[in-house]
Design a protein around this ligand. Structure first.
Ligand code: AMP
Ligand code: ZN
Length: 494
């Protein structure tokens, strides 16, 4: 059953450049394709930001009651080293350097990728197709593009003819780049190139003598171009026109503009109704990236074994940090930001843990719980605005703390509602996982605070004010403020 809030969802669509109401093509069913990683090295935290963001989107759509088919590919062949589509295949190069089979490289880093995303408690996609497992489909797509008149073969490679395509279509719909500008900016092709134009991209590449990953094709031995796999595999599993296509902002051009051109060449249709792009995680103000040696690996964050951070941070804290920025904003990783996120996350969970322990009654609550719930959904419906959702949750936690110190009133049924909605947002939508060992400690923190208050009460009775002050001050440093009564204390989180 669909939630009452589904109708208000708006998604920022890179295609229209604005927030559009989300109306799926087929009622309750949603098809979502997200470009996955190239499995030739360990995924860094920047890659994880993108996949956590789409996990959130998948979770929220499912929470609203949609049946989502989530497809995320693994690129294991065809992604060449350089942005302009030149150089060696990334997987093949790594295999050559390590002197092992390309598929050993693929297996090693696929396992690592799955392992990391599991630690981050993301839900696996429904289908995870690989490029190497869909060579037949890609050859078919190339034939269709050639038949449509937009592909040409030269010396065993096949290229997409951008200028021909642009005569009756528009190349660059997502990025807004104009073909004339691109042509003015690019260098002239030397005689050695098989391309008619520098902007043309490879659909099929001839395997040179030493190339280790290749397949037979109508054009000889070779391998598919990177942009093609997503077109062939999204068509196979989601059809010619599906709801959401996503990826990081750096894929908008050329990858996604090329995908659109390929699909339009095959069947005249832009493959997706909504195109979504996540912004970059930066480190020291620069895009997190392996190629410029500016990155941190998730396991280095979880273990504390790195030169950037002062301590270890658990996966929930990393997710909280990521959610504190909107997915379309740049987010910079720093020790201070993670420390603040840790404090924020602990406060959120302590507040949630308090709910079940609160006294409630038949009187009207001093907080409009119904309005608060509506506000939480409206933040998520506003293009998945997690920082605003978290702000709403903190607003409610202030109320929870005031009920705890008995200065505010909570109605019985409101208490149940709070518990249910917190549960939904914390675990189903944001995907936090308190079974994580570090978090088990957080679960028991309420009991520990109570124990410290009991010991401090004893110290006060014994007139050991040095100890009682120390406990109060140390708790305050941890963000826990004690409010003294005559013989006892309550506390609130600040
Ligand atoms: P790749 O394996 O390089 O194709 O990247 C996999 C995904 O991670 C793509 O959707 C990229 O856009 C995304 N990505 C790469 N670097 C970052 C970053 N620094 N921040 C956020 N997403 C990124
Ligand atoms: Zn793709």
């Amino acid at each position: 059953m669909k939630s009452e809030y589904y109708k208000d969802l708006k998604i920022h669509n890179s295609l229209s450049g604005k927030k559009d109401f989300f109306v799926p093509i087929d009622n309750n069913n949603v098809g979502m394709y997200v470009c996955g990683p190239t499995v030739y090295n360990n995924a860094h935290l920047g890659n994880c930001r993108t996949f956590i963001s789409f996990d959130l989107i998948y979770r929220y759509l499912s929470h609203l009651g949609y049946k989502v088919r989530y497809v995320r590919n693994l690129t294991d062949v065809g992604h060449l080293e350089n942005e302009d589509g030149s150089g060696e295949d990334k997987v093949a190069k790594k295999a050559r350097l390590e002197n092992i089979e390309p598929m050993e490289i693929v297996q090693k880093y696929t396992l690592d990728f799955h392992n990391i995303l599991k630690k981050l408690n993301t839900i696996p996609p429904n289908i995870e197709p690989t490029a190497s497992g869909h060579i037949i489909e890609q050859i078919d797509s190339i034939k269709q593009i050639i038949d449509a008149g937009y592909g040409y073969e030269k010396n065993g490679s096949v290229y997409f003819d951008i200028l021909k395509f642009n005569e009756s279509n528009t190349y660059g719909k997502l990025s807004g780049r104009k073909i004339e500008d691109m042509m003015n900016q690019s260098r002239v092709l030397d005689g050695a190139s098989d391309k008619k134009n520098p902007q043309d991209f490879a659909l099929w590449k001839k395997a040179e003598k030493n190339h280790i990953m290749f397949w037979n094709s109508p054009w000889g031995k070779g391998f598919p171009g990177w942009h093609l796999e997503c077109t062939s595999m999204s068509k196979k599993y989601l059809g010619d026109f599906f709801d959401i296509h996503g990826g990081g902002l750096d894929l908008k051009f050329p990858h996604h503009d090329c995908e659109i051109a390929q699909s339009e060449a095959i069947d005249g249709s832009n493959p997706a109704k909504y195109w979504m792009h996540t912004n970059m995680l930066t480190l020291n103000g620069k895009k997190m990236s392996k190629s410029i040696d500016n990155f941190i690996l998730p396991n280095e964050v979880f273990s504390g074994d790195n030169k950037i951070l002062s301590k270890a941070f658990n996966p929930n804290v990393v997710k909280f940090f990521i959610y504190q920025a909107h997915y379309r904003s740049v987010l910079d990783l720093s020790n201070d930001a993670l420390l603040a996120s840790e404090k924020g996350f602990n406060k959120l969970i302590s507040g949630y843990n308090l709910i079940s322990k609160l006294a409630s009654n038949e009187k009207k609550s001093d907080f409009d719980v119904g309005l608060w719930v509506t506000n939480c959904y409206s933040k998520m419906n506003d293009d998945f605005n997690t920082p605003m959702l978290i702000a709403e949750m903190f607003d409610c936690i202030r109320f929870i703390n005031s009920v705890n110190i008995k200065s505010k009133n909570l109605n019985n049924s409101d208490k149940e509602k709070l518990s249910e909605v917190f549960n939904n947002f914390l675990f189903n939508v944001l995907g936090f996982n308190l079974e994580d060992t570090n978090q088990t400690r957080n679960d028991s923190s309420v009991e520990l605070i109570k124990l410290l208050i009991k010991l401090r009460n004893q110290a006060r009775v014994n007139k050991n004010f040095e100890l009682s002050d120390q406990i109060r001050n140390d708790l305050l440093e941890l963000g826990i403020k004690l409010n003294d009564d005559k013989n006892d204390s309550s506390y609130n989180l600040i």
